[in-house]
Design a protein around this ligand. Structure first.
Ligand code: FDA
Length: 585
């Protein structure tokens, strides 16, 4: 007999584990989360928080979303991605990033009720963890996962209570491995991976110093500093990242992964800070130093029976594009409702297999993109003339040529402009963040073709109600005039059906089908004199089905199925589709 019983045991309380716990508790599923440490992330790590993640927080409750906005640096402080010789030194160029170019900002505003922002992990984790624990999650800190064994009915996990030194066993129906990039859960389950760990080495130096005079006039999250010869034989590019404007910072500085791990003492850290800021009289307060490796690895399958992996356990990549914690939280949004449906007896276990079908392709996509983004600094170095020599003096002279008159210098300036603008694939890749379309057994397309992307799918989000895509956002209004996003009408652990006045029969059918299947299915008839009205006509333009058609939406706000018109037998259609999606035999 195990010491403790729960329905879902979550290993790890990082962004993946804490968000899974928060969602499961919100859906009324008994769960327990453990962490081998005493507390949550003690350094800011991930920070870029994209709209899709904010939609998950909004779905958890407006109070959760509002608290994120309260602690974040807002989008308008993120925008001027600067390339320079030092913060005090010459600027090489800038690009408007993270939705701050006016055209990109419009796309952001049209796409979601939420705003991208910068929320360091030291704020995100406590927010998710608090939400989880206050809604029912049993959390055990200083509790180290050692191993597990699964059988037909459940999983028995052995942990080490680091306070008493004793081993305890926990029996659960399912196990979530949210235990980070060195996941022991993934290792013990022998889950398949592609790629390589440790393809580069980096160090983080966290410090406090008021740098307002160098940055407040060009607010940004990231300041890229190019200093030829500043490291051994390399280009010498460092990153100065804002944690809190403008007095708390994190420097990322590379080291040779093939050499010994560097010893980063206070004197070395202070030197790196002074060099990158360009102020030798600066007295930074160094608060933390650590080293980490650049990884390029993703799981090709994320489930083994009753065990699932999520977050960095499944996708291991550099911070480029800011996808780490975002993708982890979005993994949770995918699996939580499926576990809830199975545990409540509303769905068959086959539904759980769709988690890996849907999220493994995302893992591959984001790991590939994040690593590609590192390579895409190459054209900047080339344009600056840094790849032609390893002699710092030659490199500096090549860089300085950009300030000359004449054709060569003109061409160099044009090349620099073009290379910096190309970094939009890292710093303004709205499509990478929002275009996730699922193809799996938890979606019914009835043979409808996937719409082609009209614009670059990495840069631009393309809304569609094609089954598998995220429900498009449009503002709708209630009888009091208050506005609600289409995304606000759906989610919250339930299936939802959206239709128009001519599709009333769908709504009545939904009620009957929900009763027959023993599940919750909310229906909204959108139109004049109804509870929800489409005053702008934006939903009518976005829905891609007729007024008598319907869009059935999953609890994670992805479209499950749609009908273009009212069918002859709405009840039979909804029963067929829901039975298929929920894998009910
Ligand atoms: P995460 O690693 O956050 O959490 C794992 C959890 O599992 C932790 O709670 C850990 O204690 C627990 N755990 C592990 N093994 C356990 C065991 N055996 N028993 C019990 N508990 C166990 N990303 C980014 O976008 N921008 C950035 O700048 C950075 N910088 C950065 C720096 C450093 C030093 C690290 C380590 C990581 C980053 N990242 C990052 C990556 C980002 O932090 C990462 O993508 C997310 O934290 C992933 O969230 P997870 O919850 O999946 O793992």
């Amino acid at each position: 007999m195990a010491d403790i019983q729960t329905d879902v045991l979550i290993i790890g309380t990082g962004p993946a584990g804490s968000s899974a716990a928060a969602l499961l508790s919100t859906y009324g599923v008994e769960n327990m989360a453990i962490n081998r440490y005493r507390w949550l992330a003690n350094t800011p790590r991930a920070h870029i928080t994209n709209q899709r993640t904010m939609e998950v927080l909004r779905d958890l409750g407006r109070e959760v979303e509002d608290e994120a906005y309260m602690f974040c640096s807002h989008q308008d402080l993120m925008g001027e991605n600067v390339f320079c010789e030092s913060l005090a030194g010459e600027e090489i160029g800038r690009m408007k990033s993270w939705g701050n170019h006016p055209l990109s900002k419009a796309e952001h505003q049209l796409s979601s009720p939420t705003m991208m922002n910068d929320l360091p992990q030291t704020f995100m984790e406590p927010l998710l963890f608090k939400t989880a624990c206050s809604r029912g999650t049993q959390a055990r800190m200083s509790m180290e996962y050692l191993r597990h064994e699964q059988d037909a009915e459940g999983v028995t996990t052995t942990c080490l209570d680091r306070l008493t030194g004793k081993e305890i066993t926990i029996r659960s129906k399912y196990l979530l491995g949210a235990d980070g990039g060195n996941s022991r859960v993934a290792e013990l389950e022998k889950l398949p991976f592609e790629g390589q760990m440790g393809v580069g080495g980096s160090m983080n130096i966290i410090f406090k110093a008021d740098l307002s005079k160098y940055v407040a006039h060009r607010p940004s999250v990231l300041y890229w500093v190019v200093q030829p010869g500043a490291d051994v034989g390399g280009i010498g590019m460092g990153l100065v990242r804002m944690i809190r404007p403008w007095n708390e910072w994190l420097i990322v500085w590379g080291y040779d992964i093939n050499g010994p791990e560097p010893v980063v003492d206070n004197a070395f850290a202070t030197k790196v800070v002074r060099d990158l800021v360009g102020d030798q009289s600066l007295e930074p307060e160094i608060t933390s130093v650590s080293t980490w490796t650049v990884n390029n690895m993703y799981a090709t399958h994320m489930q083994s029976g009753r065990v699932f992996i999520m977050g960095d356990a499944a996708h291991r990549h550099p911070p480029s594009n800011g996808l780490g914690s975002n993708t982890s939280i979005q993994d949770s949004f995918n699996i939580a409702w499926k576990l809830a449906a199975v545990l409540k007896g509303e769905a068959g276990e086959g539904l759980l297999e769709t988690y890996s079908q849907e999220r493994a392709p995302v893992a591959k996509q984001i790991v590939t993109r994040a690593n590609q983004s590192i390579g895409e600094f190459g054209p900047i170095f080339e344009a600056l003339g840094l790849t032609e020599s390893t002699d710092p003096e030659v490199m500096q002279a090549n860089m300085d040529k950009r300030c000359d008159a004449g054709g060569d210098a003109e061409r160099q300036r044009a090349a620099i402009r073009e290379a910096i603008a190309f970094k939009k694939y890292e710093f303004d890749a709205h499509g990478v963040e929002m275009n996730q379309r699922y193809k799996s057994g938890a979606v019914v397309t009835d043979g409808q073709m996937e719409p082609a992307y009209e614009l670059d799918a990495e840069l631009h989000y393309q809304p569609t109600t094609w089954p598998g895509a995220r429900l498009p956002h449009a503002w709708l209004f209630d009888r009091n005039g208050a506005r609600h996003s289409t995304l606000d009408l759906v989610g919250k652990g339930r299936f939802t059906l959206l239709t128009g006045l001519s599709g009333e029969a769908w709504a009545s059918a939904a009620q009957k089908v929900a009763k027959a299947l023993g599940m919750e299915l909310v229906a909204h008839v959108i139109g004049p004199r109804r509870d929800i009205v489409d005053h702008h006509g934006d939903w009518a333009r976005a829905r891609e089905v007729g007024e008598g058609g319907c869009v059935l939406v999953r609890p994670d706000q992805h479209v499950a199925w749609r009908a273009e018109e009212l069918s002859d037998n709405p009840e039979a259609d909804l029963t067929r589709v829901l039975a298929a999606i929920l894998h009910r035999d």
